[in-house]
Ligand binder design. Structure first.
Ligand code: FES
Length: 122
């Protein structure tokens, strides 16, 4: 029987998303991606490529473990930033969502793709 984890999604107060300033809890199965599980639960998180390369769905992992081995690109230098479109839970999780700008700035600092080309682009 497959496992289901509890995932807390912190939505920053300055986010443009519905529920800004709130924390929403959802259940995510071990073979589900967090992004699609959130959307199925009515939490419409930002996303574009859904293949783990564009960074639109970036979040900060505050607690827990994920498997993002199917992402097209991730880097050690990304620290605790994860791509929710390709993130499967491996424990209960706490995530701060809507962190694309923060991840882009971090990648630009480390001269990783997409460099500075998208920083500040809203
Ligand atoms: S939607 Fe593009 S990396 Fe997740």
């Amino acid at each position: 029987m497959s496992q289901t984890w509890t995932v807390a999604l912190e939505i920053p107060a300055d986010s443009d998303l519905e529920d800004a300033g709130e924390t929403v809890e959802i259940d995510v199965g071990e073979e589900q991606y967090v992004l699609s599980a959130a959307r199925a639960a009515g939490v419409w998180l930002p996303a574009d490529c859904q293949q783990g390369w564009c960074t639109t769905c970036a979040a900060e992992l505050l607690a827990g473990e994920i498997d993002q081995s199917t992402a097209r690109r991730t880097y050690e230098e990304d620290g605790d930033y994860v791509l929710l479109c390709r993130a499967k839970p491996r424990s209960d999780l706490r995530l701060r969502v809507d962190q694309m700008q923060a991840l882009l700035e971090r990648r630009a600092e480390h001269e990783l793709p997409p460099g500075r080309s998208k920083v500040g682009d809203d």
